[in-house]
Design a protein around this ligand. Structure first.
Ligand code: ZN
Length: 321
């Protein structure tokens, strides 16, 4: 019997991650291609990459069940139209239709943070919990909310936008979305650096000041490294970030009563420094029964979460039809 494979695609602003995954969620082959924004040959590039890779490793097109893909923006799950992807200059872009035409395989499209949440649910830290919140702390803050096994999309595909929960109602920093005081302005890599620059101006003995002078910039990693050396300013940044993340997750969890809360993204590499603090504030602010039912865990799939979640979409939505 020939094996069937699921194709997962994670479309980012600079690279496109692709993978062939078997029915048990095991990565068989994964690779990346650059995102060609300039000529907007993204769909053709993906179709070509999949066809060439399949050929080179001896997989027939008939063995591919379909493509599950994450796009960087809100998506209409039914039509596969990307409402908006600012990074790619797309507006109301019929991604599903174009991709299916280009490759002749069924496709299903969701938001990139949502497919990462599905990946962590299926094969990662979510451990197949049907009620799960996944928050991705990267340059920005993304999120996916899964209730009873289904991703929450809402009427404009903007469900699960955890990064834009208001954390600071008055006088907060400006967010890319146009509001001020969003969680993203605090718990993202950019937010951590912004708070660090504020703190180091107050605490002049901080090693962050030296780093800033040397490199003319700071990174979230600098802040974490400084915190590991017990630098006061860096520890205060982590305290502030943990408070707001714990509070936002608690308020969100009160509406969902999830079993797992998964924290991923590049910033989660510093999770050893903040996970306990976040859990402390989460438990403090969540309704007691909600706090009791939820476990906060660090994501385990890293950059593979998206392609694995895309594969899960093919398995659960396309193959179950
Ligand atoms: Zn915002």
């Amino acid at each position: 019997m020939t094996e069937t494979y699921l194709v997962g695609v994670d479309l980012g602003g600079t690279t496109i991650k692709l993978a062939f995954i078997n029915m048990n969620g095991v990565l068989i082959e994964k690779w990346e291609i650059p995102t060609n924004k300039k000529d907007n040959t993204i769909v053709e590039d993906i179709a070509k990459a999949i066809e060439e890779k399949a050929k080179s490793i001896g997989i027939l097109k008939d063995q591919l069940a379909g493509i599950g893909m994450g796009a960087p923006g809100p998506v209409n799950l039914e039509t596969g139209v990307v409402y908006q992807a600012v990074n790619l200059g797309w507006e109301n872009y019929p991604l599903k239709e174009k991709l299916e035409q280009a490759i002749g395989l069924p496709a299903i499209i969701d938001n990139d943070a949502n497919i990462a949440a599905l990946g962590e649910m299926w094969k990662g830290a979510g451990q197949q919990a049907k009620d799960l919140i996944c928050v991705t702390l990267g340059t920005g803050v993304g999120g996916g909310i899964i209730a009873n096994g289904e991703v929450i999309h809402g009427v404009r595909g903007a469900g699960g936008e955890i990064g834009h929960i208001t954390a600071v109602p008055e006088g907060g920093a400006r967010c890319n979305c146009g509001k001020t005081g969003c969680l993203e302005t605090i718990a993202s890599a950019t937010g951590i650096v912004r708070i660090a620059i504020e703190k180091m101006q107050k605490i002049e003995t901080s090693i962050l000041n030296d780093l800033y002078e040397q490199n003319c910039k700071l990174t979230a990693k600098d802040v974490f490294d400084a915190a590991r050396k017990q630098d006061q300013a860096a520890l205060e940044v982590i305290e502030e970030m943990s408070f707001h993340l714990g509070l936002a997750l608690a308020n969100l969890a009160n509406g969902l009563n999830p079993a797992k809360i998964v924290i991923g993204g590049g910033v989660s590499r510093g999770a050893d420094l903040f996970i306990e603090n976040v859990t402390f504030y989460f438990n403090k602010f969540a309704f007691p029964a909600v706090a009791k039912g939820a476990e906060i865990r660090v994501a385990t799939l890293g950059n593979d979460a998206g392609v694995i979640g895309g594969a899960w979409l093919v398995k659960s939505k396309i193959m179950n039809q």
